[in-house]
Design a binder for this molecule. Structure first.
Ligand code: AMP
Ligand code: MG
Length: 330
């Protein structure tokens, strides 16, 4: 039987991605183009302009890589939620245009849940707690009682934005996460920093202010600060993840999001899991960062479960929470 082929569109933030996958889990293409800035964060309207510009090129690049024509595509999926309204709208518009012009079924998906399901596919995890550590989002998510529930999350900025903000204070460019990691490797000592876990949530605002003061004082080396901030922030994330695992009785931790590319976070996550006889799953970087393949795969799961979406329903939902999503595919 011919496999079902889905073209997935990612556009929740800086990345415009097109993934093409089939229902056996084969990835035909995972093309993207990301909006970057020399300094400072995302300006939503500019990121949207980037996506408009990138859209046609990335779709063509993905089809070419896959060796397919648009007529070979059976389904179009798009990241419907959550994210920046400005950028989500571009992806949704592209999805509607493709679906209407080429008479393809259409399906909208939740971006955070797609990080979890692509991770399961790529690693073989079957029922994990997801530590989703990205630029804007930082959440601990697991499937429990028929829904994907958020067990803990940041009360202010995402861990990636935190790393990027500190890097900016240090005069390093964007994205700062990889640069902080490189610096941390040259550290000579640990500096005590505020450790903020409130219940099941974390907060990085106070930690950022404290680091900014320390950077301005010039009493500490950037290397030691980089190392210490990673140790502190990642320990906070893993404390909450571990408690979610204990609470749910789950034996798997899955990493997702751009910050999960960090080798030190991976090492600490693996150590925590081995200490409690659990497994730690880390997808390849290509599937950790925002990508179109994860949107294609989630679209396939929902379509195969019988979900259908009319073009009139294909509108964005920037503030959707994972537990608002009806789950009928597992
Ligand atoms: P995302 O929003 O999921 O695409 O993730 C973007 C965030 O990941 C940015 O804040 C980056 O600084 C961060 N990031 C990317 N690669 C790494 C890395 N190797 N170590 C730490 N952070 C990283
Ligand atoms: Mg993401």
């Amino acid at each position: 039987m011919k496999p079902l082929i889905c073209l997935g569109i990612e556009s929740t933030a800086h990345t415009f991605g097109i993934g093409i996958m089939d229902d056996t889990g084969k990835v035909y293409a995972n093309a993207k183009d990301s909006y970057t800035t020399e300094s400072g964060g995302i300006i939503p309207a500019k990121a949207a302009d980037h996506h408009v510009e990138a859209c046609g090129k990335v779709i063509s690049a993905a089809l070419e890589k896959a060796g397919l024509k648009i007529s070979d595509i059976d389904l179009v999926s798009f990241s419907q939620a959550p994210g920046l309204g400005h950028t989500l709208r571009i992806g949704a518009f592209a999805a509607r245009a493709l679906a209407v012009n080429h008479e393809k079924p259409l399906i909208g998906v939740n971006h955070c849940i797609a990080h979890l399901t692509i991770g399961e596919l790529m690693t073989g995890a079957s029922d994990p707690v997801l530590l989703y550590a990205s630029g804007a989002n930082t959440q601990v998510i697991a499937y429990e009682g028929g829904k994907y529930r958020i067990f803990g999350e940041t009360l202010d900025i995402g861990v990636g934005n935190f790393l990027d903000s500190v890097a900016r204070e240090m005069g390093l460019g964007f994205p700062g996460g990889p640069k902080i990691y490189e610096l941390s490797l040259k550290a000579s000592k640990f500096i005590e920093l505020p450790y903020v876990v409130k219940g099941m949530d974390v907060s990085f605002g106070g930690l950022f202010t404290n680091l900014k003061q320390k950077i301005d004082s010039k009493e500490y080396s950037n290397e030691d600060l980089a190392y210490s901030m990673q140790e502190t922030a990642f320990a906070m994330l893993l404390e909450v993840s571990e408690r979610a695992m204990a609470h749910c009785g789950k034996k798997e931790l899955l990493l997702g999001g751009g910050v999960a590319c960090n080798k030190r976070l991976q090492e600490m996550a693996k150590k925590m899991c081995s200490d409690r006889n659990a497994k730690c799953f880390v997808p390849a970087n290509e599937f950790l960062v925002d990508n179109g393949a994860m949107i294609a795969w989630q679209g396939i799961l929902q379509h195969k479960a019988g979900q259908r979406m009319d073009v009139s329903e294909a509108v964005i939902d920037p503030y959707q929470r994972t537990d608002e999503v009806k789950v009928d595919w597992r």
